[in-house]
Structures are given as C-alpha cells and as structure tokens.
Design a protein around this ligand. Structure first.
Ligand code: BGC
Length: 418
C-alpha cells in the first residue's frame, strides 16, 4: 500500500517532468514544404537534425507560397505558443523582429563568421538593427520557365524567348492537344507570373520603381498598362480547370506531357527530380519570356522565437548552425531546387538548372538586373505582397477584366496601405 502510493507519486513526477525533457530536445519547425519534392528535402533536414541529437517535430502547413502558413503562425504566436523556429522570408523577418518576438542568433553567427561567408545581399535580409535574426538555406530563382521538350519536338515548335513567341505558338500547341501554360488559380501563382511579366515589360529599374519604391507615377504608367495587357493575353494560355490547382499539380501536367510549359520558381525542379526526370533531357529550364539575363530572387530562411528554456535556446543554436552548414545546404538544395546561399562560387552544382541559376545570379548582380520577388515577400512587406496577389489574381482569373481598371486599382491599393 505504502509502496503503491510512492510509485504513484514517482509516476506523477515523471509525467510532470517528461514533457520538459522531451520538449528540450525537440525542435518544432513551421514550414510550407508539403509537395512531394519539398517533403523529400524536409527529410534531409530532419535526418541531419536527428544526427545532432535533436528530435524534429514537423509543423508543415499546406499551401504553396506560404500564405496559409503565415496565418497559422500568427494564431500560434497570439495564443502564446510559438514553434521553436519558422520559415519566414524577406521583409517578413523585419516585421516579426520589430515585434520583439525573435531571438538574435549573433553568437552562432560570430563563431561561424556568417558575415564573411554570406553575400551582403543575403546577410542584409537576415538582420534586424544589426543583429542576425534569421538563417538562410538557399536562394531561389522565380523567373524560370519549365518546359517539356518532347512536346516541342513532336510539334516542331521553337522554344519561346518572348511572350509574343509564346502567343504565336500557343494555337499550334492547343491544336495538338496540349495546354500551353500550366497554371493553378491561387493568388500567389498569378502574382508569380505578374512579376516576371513586369520585369520583361519594363526591365529591372522599372520593376524596382514599382515594386520596391511603389512610385505612383511608375505604377500608373504606360508600361504598367502594357504589363496588364500581356497578362490578359496570358490568361488564354491556361486550360479551363486551372483554378485552385496547386503549383505542384500544375508541374505534374508538364511532367506528364499534358502541358508544354509552366512559369514557376526553381522548387519545381524538385518535383521533376523526384520522378527521375533528367534536366536537359526530360525537362528544360529556360528564363521566363523576356527576362534573359535578369534574376528574380527569393531567399528561404528560418527565424527562431524567444524561448524561456535554456535547453531550447541551445537547440535553436544547433538548428541555426546546421542550416548554415555547407554540406547540409548542398544536399538539401539538390533535392528541392534553389542554390545554396553560402557559397557563390561557380562550378559546384551538378544539375544544369542550378548551374545556370548560379551563373545568372552572379552576372545579374554585376549588371544590376537582380530584383527581389514581390510574390515571396522580398520586395515589400506582407501587406503590399497580399495586395499585389489579390489584384493580379482577380484580373487574371476574370476573362472580362479591364487592364486600365486593374492598373488604377493596384496603384490605389498600394498607395492606401503604405
Ligand atoms: C518558397 C519556396 C517554396 C514555394 C512553394 C516559396 O514561397 O520560398 O521554398 O517551395 O513557396 O511553396
């Protein structure tokens, strides 16, 4: 009787203490890498973290582009229960840091000499008031066109270099039974097309004037009008079932030989590779029409939330150090697309798309044609990002929408929320 009450007491103690022990070794990471190719890359992260003695608690939130993940994250933080780390990009890092919720990673950064290792453009994005508050895992290129070469071979058509080329070949592709451009109707997918068309129409300076500086004159200019006119034409390249298709389902259409092309960031490469498709043979990556030599970039990175527990703080440092490890970044990005953020030297990638990305990143930086993605929160904060996605997707998804009205609506909306 006495024994059983003691053991009950011990059990109670163990159950009370256990969660603290397991939580200390556990790293809960919010992300939105939930497509098959992305999941394969997350497994690399999980495995390498396990090797460091930490448990991975997956907090993947479905929804390409991360919009849903950000909503879920906000509700977790508001309820006082943030995850250990979360995938946050670009201007979002500053927005979260200004709320005082993020922990500085300066110790690890100093010990591992991040300032020396990271290109200035990357480290600037990760710092708030001079302190590192985020860790990068890659650099993505958003202005890629993914092509099924077999379809071009069968139809005898030339690969397009401009949107006019695409419009010229589209009727033949349709006649042969192919969807010219695979697309899913989600707002961020519309925005991804928009930013590449904007760059193709106005060039890098005009892109920066509109999307970074939000200059009212540029936003209502003739070039902006031309951008929306081209978008109206692009609408005719989609199939009737495109609305609400996820980005990887759209990629699958290219893989399966149903669609000729898709405009998408280089995470699409992960889907092809997972299905044993060879770049340069089974699929091609060419710059989005009219954007040769330019590069729309996006940096995936992770922030760490303030944690009271010392063990958790240590776990965050281990995670930060792992994410910055060159071997990790190499394996991770080989699986999912994108190029490591750490080392800009050329010739390190085995994949021809990644090699081209690396070369174009470096040359666009020299030539001033490197621009931050609006769709993925690099050019402006979340509010501008959302307004652009909403206005552009309403325009693209409505066959009767008027370009002049859309130009006014976008400029007005941006001015109002700034
Ligand atoms: C992220 C990528 C991700 C893509 C699709 C982008 O916002 O930067 O890492 O693969 O969304 O979900």
């Amino acid at each position: 009787m006495r024994f059983s009450s003691v053991s009950r007491y011990l059990l109670a103690v163990v159950f009370l203490i256990l969660p603290f022990f397991s939580a200390a070794d556990e790293v809960e990471v919010l992300h939105w890498w939930t497509s098959p190719g992305e999941k394969a890359a997350v497994e690399v992260m999980e495995r390498q973290l396990n090797d460091k003695g930490l448990e991975w608690k997956d907090f993947g939130v479905e929804g390409g582009g991360g919009g849903k993940a950000m909503t879920v994250l906000k509700s977790r933080v508001i309820s006082g229960n943030p995850p250990t780390a979360a995938q946050i990009r670009g201007k979002g890092i500053q927005e979260w840091a200004s709320l005082g919720l993020l922990t500085a990673i300066d110790d690890v950064a100093r010990q591992e000499e991040w300032d020396k290792k990271l290109p200035g453009l990357v480290s600037e994005t990760l710092k708030f008031q001079g302190h590192y508050v985020a860790v990068p895992v890659n650099i993505h290129r958003n202005n890629w066109l993914w092509v099924n070469p077999e379809i071009f071979k069968k139809t005898g058509l030339e690969l397009p270099e401009t949107w006019n080329d695409v419009f010229r070949i589209a009727p033949q592709l349709k006649k042969a039974g192919y969807i010219p451009l695979a697309y899913g109707g989600e707002p961020w997918q519309a925005s991804a097309i928009f930013e590449s068309v904007l760059l193709a129409t106005g060039g890098a300076d005009f892109y920066r004037k509109t999307m970074v500086e939000n200059d009212p004159e540029a936003l209502t200019s003739k070039t902006m009008m031309e951008t929306f006119e081209t978008l109206a034409h692009i609408r005719t390249l989609f199939d009737d079932n495109s609305s609400r298709r996820s980005w990887d389902q759209a990629t699958q259409l290219v893989i399966d030989g149903k669609a000729a092309m898709q405009l998408m960031g280089d995470w699409a490469r992960g889907e092809f590779l997972l299905q044993d498709k060879q770049p340069g043979k089974d699929f091609l990556c060419i710059p989005a029409p009219g954007t040769q030599g330019a590069f729309v970039y996006n940096i995936d990175s992770f922030v760490m939330f303030n944690m009271p527990d010392e063990q958790q703080k240590k776990a965050q440092q281990t995670l930060a150090s792992l994410l910055m490890n060159p071997a990790f970044q190499k394996e991770f990005n080989q699986k999912r697309g994108g190029i490591p953020a750490l080392d800009l030297s050329e010739g390190q990638e085995v994949d021809i798309c990644a090699r081209k990305s690396r070369r174009d990143f470096n040359s666009s930086m020299e030539q001033g044609t490197l621009v931050p993605s609006t769709t993925h929160g690099m050019a402006a904060g979340e509010r501008v990002q959302n307004v652009v996605s909403e206005v552009v997707s309403q325009f693209i998804n409505d066959p009767g929408a008027d370009p002049a009205k859309a130009v006014k609506q976008l400029s007005l909306a941006i001015q109002t929320i700034r």
